[in-house]
Design a protein around this ligand. Sequence first.
Ligand SMILES: Nc1nc2c(c(=O)[nH]1)N[C@H]1C(S)=C(S)[C@@H](COP(=O)(O)O)O[C@H]1N2
Ligand SMILES: [Mo]
Length: 371
Amino acid sequence: MSTDNPILNPPPRKHSQGDFSLAEVRLANRNSGICLETLAHDVTPLGMHYLLNHFDIPTVSNANDWHLSIDGAVDNVLDLSMQELRSLPYVEHAVTLECAGNGRAMSTSRWPSMPWLHEAVGTSVWGGTPLRGILDRAGASSDAIEWVFHGADKGVDGGCLHSFGRSLTMMQALAPEVMLVWNMNGQPLLPQHGFPLRLIVPGWYGMASVKWLNRIEAVTETYQGYQQVNTYRFRQDDDDPGEPVTHMRVRSLMVPPGVPDWSSRRRLVEQGVNRIMGRAWSGNGVPIQRVEVGINGVWEDATLRSAQGAWSWTAWDYAWQAAPGEYEISCRATDANGAIQPIDVPWDRAGFGNNAVQKVEAWVVDSFDQV
Ligand SMILES: Nc1nc2c(c(=O)[nH]1)N[C@H]1C(S)=C(S)[C@@H](COP(=O)(O)O)O[C@H]1N2
Ligand SMILES: [Mo]
């Protein structure tokens, strides 16, 4: 293989500022975010959940041809068809997923990757079977320390050709909320969300929830896959060994009030009471304790509505008495551990974990009857 192949011998990646590159726009067209107005739904409508696909979506025309193998350091190697999986105990849970790169494009110095603003989040009712039952059946050998989840999609990142794979420690994988799923909001998974089978790891950033899952492998040494060790680490700079990205950080988003200006997405609002609503969530099953709404930097408490379950976002709302003028509207959540969203973007080399507050620009007018 020639050494000047730019895919296998890529130049070092560089941060950028200002205008988005063609490569960023290309990624943004493949990986959609939610439309913020769908935050009004408890469950994100099917097809409107955000998407993050590193490589190509595998072509799977018949779920009945799919197999999941469970092998490596196990007592019983298993090879399960979708029919066999569907005969296992069925559970459904509403789970909020968020991409670890959500907010990346808000950094002044951007890592060349998917340029998310705020909308890489969604909540679905995932249906399938608890992972634990299957892992117990396979039985990890006494020297096994991790389970590796392999997806069917393959591609290159940082010069490394690999299929998408992630690992969990034995303990993390045995958590009762971790699921193997084939349904999303009562329908079969859509192709882009992992049809016919994926993992869902509630409370974690999305990268842990491996799609197009076809192999679970017990390993006796820590998994060194690209998506485990080369990326998904919080790092200050290139030399920082960093810390693995795991659970979601506390965050909130609002449905922007009023109506949008088509291209800038700034909001035009009619004076009077405007109910601002949104969602807040944190990771690792930690509940939301408080949400505040900031109107030109003056913070007031929003009212929390009940959460749909331990792993799903909490609804909140706030009655804004809007008088004519120009506004910046923000929302900020605090979780039960006291973690609060920062106002400014926290620095991370690859733009992971940016949970800085959302800011919406709005102009309030007397009445829409004038227009
Ligand atoms: N096989 C595979 N699984 C994957 C990915 C991927 O590219 N390939 N992307 C991960 C990332 S980074 C996220 S944020 C979630 C996104 O899930 P969604 O597209 O269903 O929202 O899937 C995760 N699972
Ligand atoms: Mo992600």
